[in-house]
Design a protein around this ligand. Structure first.
Ligand SMILES: NC(=O)c1ccc[n+]([C@@H]2O[C@H](COP(=O)([O-])OP(=O)(O)OC[C@H]3O[C@@H](n4cnc5c(N)ncnc54)[C@H](O)[C@@H]3O)[C@@H](O)[C@H]2O)c1
Ligand SMILES: CCCCCCO
Length: 254
């Protein structure tokens, strides 16, 4: 998908990975970039607007843990204004294995509910135009950081959901792919709680190994958007972009 002249909704577009990715998206000249985020940062929005005045950047406060009906109401406001939306990026995530329910609510249920809400506007079975969903999951969805089992499982769940969305594209007209960053230097990763304190030094130990910058991640994120490959499982690790092959161990045959 060429980003130029498209309408993009970016949930969590103001976070560490999110804001650098928003910058790279704006540089590619979409018609509209609509950022939904829990954090309000007018200075960041102003910076995006200044980066490319041809792009209409708008912000709406949004918490992915709200009921689907509330999300639908917000999306209706956006669709009434834009008429069409080409890409939804779901990027909200927290990393704190003390917060078990909230981790699942934000990282998994939030992604599912936001996706479910936009289907009402896109589903070709209802005469919709279809659309594209990019879900930010994680390499921990492939193989866990087992000291944060709740976070890792929430990302595995989001990855599995995204893989199913892609398989359902012939029915819904909505394609999907996952964005799976490796360890990327943002505030999320500086210090976080392990589950039941099984490893109080988990962040410190992880950060002893090579990482990538959020800019490297963002630049590869845009390449994945441009590739627009339904069902792709993109690994964005150590400054590289790789579409990984998912190992099949069982087939439903339906
Ligand atoms: N940094 C990494 O190493 C890494 C690796 C793989 C995946 N990820 C994922 O990338 C995404 C961004 O992470 P980051 O490292 O930039 O961290 P970050 O903390 O800077 O960004 C998290 C983003 O999610 C938003 N968010 C959190 N709770 C929300 C809620 N309830 N409703 C709406 N938005 C909410 C925050 O406002 C922020 O924009 C997350 O999903 C994270 O799990 C990060
Ligand atoms: C430093 C640990 C970062 C974990 C986030 C991976 O999704």
């Amino acid at each position: 998908m060429a980003i130029a002249n498209k309408n993009i909704i970016f949930v969590a577009g103001l976070g560490g990975i999110g804001f650098d990715t928003s910058r790279e998206i704006v540089k590619s000249g979409p018609k509209n970039l609509v950022i939904l985020d829990r954090i309000d940062n007018p200075a960041a929005i102003a910076e995006l607007k200044a980066l490319n005045p041809k792009v209409t950047v708008t912000f709406y406060p949004y918490d992915v843990t709200v009921p689907v009906a509330e999300t639908t109401k917000l999306l209706k406001t956006i669709f009434d204004k834009l008429k069409t939306v080409d890409l939804l990026i779901n990027g909200a995530g927290i990393l704190d294995d003390y917060q078990i329910e909230r981790t699942i609510a934000v990282n998994f249920t939030g992604t599912v509910n936001t996706t479910t809400a936009i289907m009402a506007f896109w589903d070709k079975r209802k005469g919709g135009p279809g659309g594209v969903i990019a879900n930010i999951c994680s390499v921990t969805g492939f193989n866990a950081i087992y000291q944060v089992p709740v976070y890792s499982a929430s990302k595995a769940a989001a990855l599995s959901f995204t893989n199913s969305l892609a398989k359902l594209a012939p029915i819904t007209g909505v394609t999907a792919y996952s964005i799976n960053p490796g360890i990327t230097k943002t505030t999320l990763v500086h210090k976080f709680n392990s589950w039941l304190d099984v490893e109080p030094r988990v962040a410190e130990l992880l950060l002893e190994h090579p990482t990538q910058t959020s800019l490297e991640c963002a630049q590869n994120f845009v390449k994945a958007i441009e590739a627009n490959q339904n069902g792709a499982i993109w690994k964005l690790d150590l400054g590289t972009l790789e579409a990984i092959e998912w190992t099949k161990h069982w087939d439903s045959h339906i």
